[in-house]
Structures are given as structure tokens and as C-alpha cells.
Design a binder for this molecule. Structure first.
Ligand code: CA
Length: 420
């Protein structure tokens, strides 16, 4: 696998200073986000100190988790000797890549590490914050946590206590994996699904980091924002053999004829073959072909995955269509009582159509009939709707006749046949 990365730290839209610190060191395979806190720029000192200690300890061969513990001690010592720095602290989320294949994380605080694999975003680290612990205990919903006023109160940070518990994680990497480290200036402003979509959309690691910072700023940028995106791209050996097991027994170094069943060795032989343009080209071709077949394979998997969804959608549309066109209703349209086929107001792209417009005027209806037809009187069959309409017609005709009778010779006052 080959590694590509992008990073960005930004003061945001509200804060005067940036107390976040980041390290993206390809040579050391070390990537760190630290989010400092404390007055008088002490936060900056805390996050910068954490990074310095981490680099020097990792260079000395100390494990990442142990180096993080030592950073805690150094920050405490610094703070105790300087009143301006008293109470400073920092989060720290660090990853180092072992043998180009395994990501080793050390983590304290509420900065986060995520893994984007096959389009799915997984949060690797757990926040050490009051709110996240309430969520983990089931005492707060994740939705409530997002807007909780105390969501930035940490339960663990570097520089607070003599001993700090450091979370350690290990992830076996696959070609195509993307890691993202960030401070809470991103995650407090942008929800995970939006982060995930941005990471899937922007293939270039630097531009992906910039896009995430941009999203946080657009959402208000109320805190410092730091993002590191690390991509593990399939190297030549991955396109030949995505998971070489037991490879690397010196096939390339021996310089001998590659063994038939050792694609990795064969590939390396191709690469070091001197001055062979043809070989280089065919190597590139086969790498290309590898990429293409991998893409075809993932498209095929996607299609398989999506097929049931399409079937369900199709059935839903069919049922909706049947419902939309299989029902009838009687309503007032253009002052006349009218029989429609379909659903009042329409469903999706099915609009109701006029089946029959009667001669019954709105004025000829009783108040009760009018209110009944207001939203349309629904029927599941055409015959039901038709006989209802006929009843209304007969009713209206009878009332009209009665009215005529009553108006002719009599002298008593007319009582309008209005049913309340
Ligand atoms: Ca912060």
C-alpha cells in the first residue's frame, strides 16, 4: 500500500487563537491531533508540548501509548513551574502505521479517529467526555448529546492528573482505507453522516481535509478545527494480490526466477527489471487492469447489495400506483359535485382525473353534504362512488321540487331544507 495524506488546522470563525496542534509526519508514519485548553494561550503550549514529547519518545523507540503517558507528565511538570500555564491540558489522538499495514492508535480526550472503509464511516476512538459517558451508560440519547451544554467537558485529558489512562487501538488496514483524525471543532459542528459523505465525495486527501474544515466553518466554526486525512492506496502488490499471505520470503531480493505462485515476488521482479520500457508499460497496464477489475468487482457487490432495495422500492411504487389509480372520490369541483378517479390531491406523479361531473350545484347541497365533500368522499370502487353521486343528484332534485311546490300557492313562510 502507498500512503497519501492531507491536513489542515484552522482557527475557526469565533476563537481568537488556535490552540489545536497537528502533526502529519510521513517519515515517522506518525499523525497526531491535539486540542489544547487553558487560559493565556496555555492551551497552545499544552498541545504543542504533547506533540514534541510524542515525536521525541517515538524516535527513542517508546510505544505510542507510553509516549502519550510521558507527554502527560511533561505537561504537568511545565504547568506546575509556571503560573500562566497552571491548569493547561490537551487532548491527544495519535496514529502510527506499523509495517505499512497496521494502524496503532493512542487516544485521550474528545478528539477523534475515524475509519472510512468501503463507504462506511466508523468512529474508532471513544470520547472521554461527560456527555459521551452518559450516552454509553444509556442515560442520554446520542441526539441529546449533540446539543448538550456540557458536551465539551472532558473526563480525561493530558495535564490534569499524575496518571492518565491512555486508550490504545489497533486496526489492520486494507487498500482503499481512509483514516481521519480531527478535533471536536469538526465533530461538534458537523454530523457524522455529513462527514462521511464529504469523505466519500472528495478523493484527494488534502482536499478532503479542506472540505471538512470548510463544512465546520460554514456551520459556524465556533471552535478551532483540525483535520488529518490519511489514505492507504493500493500499491502494485495490492492490485496483484490484495492480501499477500506469506509473501516476502525474499523472492525479489534473490534475483532468481520468480516462482509461479508468488505474484508479489513476480511483481517486484517486474519493477526492478532495468531499462525495460515494455515491462514497465505492461506493469502499468496490469496495474490499470487490476484497478479496473477491482472497480468492477465493487460495482458488482454494490449492485448485489442494492438489488433488494430496488425490489422493495418497485413494489412500493406499484402499490402506491394501484392505490392512487384504484380509488375514487366525490368532491366539489368548479362549483359542481364531481366524481374523480384517484386520490384527492394526487399521489407521487398520479393526479386524479374527472370521471363524471354532475349537474348538482354546490348551492343545492345541504351544509352537512357540503362538509362531507369538502375533502372528498372516498370510495374503493367506481360503482360505490357512482351510486353515492346518484343519491346526491336524486336528493338535490327532490329538494328542488319541494321548494317549487312550497313557493307556488301557499302563504306560510318557506322553511329552507337546511340540515344543520
Ligand atoms: Ca476544541
Amino acid at each position: 500500500m502507498t500512503l497519501a495524506f492531507g491536513s489542515l488546522t484552522d482557527v475557526g470563525r469565533v476563537r481568537a487563537a488556535n490552540e489545536d496542534a497537528l502533526l502529519a509526519d510521513e517519515q515517522r508514519s506518525l499523525f497526531v491531533v491535539a486540542d489544547g485548553m487553558g487560559g493565556h494561550n496555555a492551551g497552545e503550549v499544552a498541545s504543542a508540548t504533547a506533540l514534541e514529547v510524542l515525536v521525541s519518545r517515538v524516535d527513542a523507540g517508546t510505544s505510542l501509548a507510553e509516549a502519550t503517558s510521558e507527554a502527560n507528565t511533561t505537561i504537568l511538570t511545565k504547568a506546575s513551574g509556571d503560573a500562566d500555564l497552571a491548569g493547561m491540558g490537551t487532548t491527544l489522538t495519535a496514529v502510527t502505521i506499523r509495517d505499512g499495514r497496521t494502524a496503532i492508535f493512542a487516544h485521550v480526550g474528545d478528539s477523534r479517529a475515524y475509519l472510512l472503509r468501503g463507504g462506511d464511516l466508523t468512529q474508532i476512538t471513544e470520547d472521554h467526555s461527560v456527555v459521551e459517558e452518559l450516552v454509553r451508560d444509556g442515560r442520554l440519547t446520542p441526539e441529546d448529546a449533540e446539543t448538550h451544554p456540557h458536551r465539551s467537558i472532558l473526563t480525561r485529558a493530558l495535564g490534569v492528573e499524575d496518571h492518565v489512562e491512555v486508550d490504545a487501538y489497533e486496526v489492520d488496514l486494507l487498500p482503499g482505507d481512509r483514516l481521519m483524525l480531527c478535533s471536536d471543532g469538526l465533530t461538534s459542528m458537523v454530523r457524522d453522516p455529513v462527514i462521511s459523505a464529504a469523505l466519500r465525495r472528495e478523493r484527494n486527501s488534502q482536499r478532503a481535509a479542506e472540505a471538512l474544515v470548510d463544512l465546520a466553518n460554514r456551520a459556524g466554526g465556533s471552535d478551532n478545527i483540525t483535520v488529518i486525512v490519511i489514505d492507504f492506496e493500493p500499491g502494485p502488490e495490492d492490485t496483484q494480490n490484495p492480501r499477500p499471505v506469506g509473501a516476502g520470503t525474499g523472492a525479489a531480493a534473490s534475483g532468481g526466477e520468480p516462482t509461479g505462485g508468488e505474484p508479489t515476488g513476480h511483481w517486484e521482479m517486474e519493477e526492478i527489471d532495468p531499462g525495460s520500457a515494455a515491462h514497465a508499460e505492461s506493469a502499468a497496464d496490469s496495474a490499470d487492469a487490476g484497478h479496473r477489475s477491482r472497480r468492477r468487482l465493487s460495482l458488482f457487490r454494490l449492485a448485489l447489495y442494492l438489488a433488494p432495495v430496488f425490489v422493495v422500492l418497485l413494489v412500493a411504487v406499484a402499490v402506491t400506483g394501484w392505490y392512487a389509480r384504484g380509488t375514487y372520490y366525490v368532491a366539489i369541483d368548479d362549483e359542481r359535485v364531481t366524481l374523480f378517479k384517484g386520490v384527492n390531491g394526487g399521489v407521487l406523479w398520479w393526479s386524479p382525473t374527472v370521471e363524471r361531473r354532475s349537474d348538482v350545484d354546490i348551492e343545492e347541497l345541504t351544509v352537512a353534504q357540503r362538509s362531507d365533500l369538502n375533502d372528498g368522499h372516498r370510495f374503493s370502487s367506481s360503482s360505490g362512488a357512482e351510486s353515492f353521486l346518484r343519491r346526491l343528484e336524486t336528493d338535490a332534485a327532490r329538494r328542488a321540487a319541494a321548494l317549487e311546490d312550497s313557493t307556488a300557492p301557499r302563504t306560510e313562510p318557506t322553511v329552507s331544507p337546511v340540515v344543520p
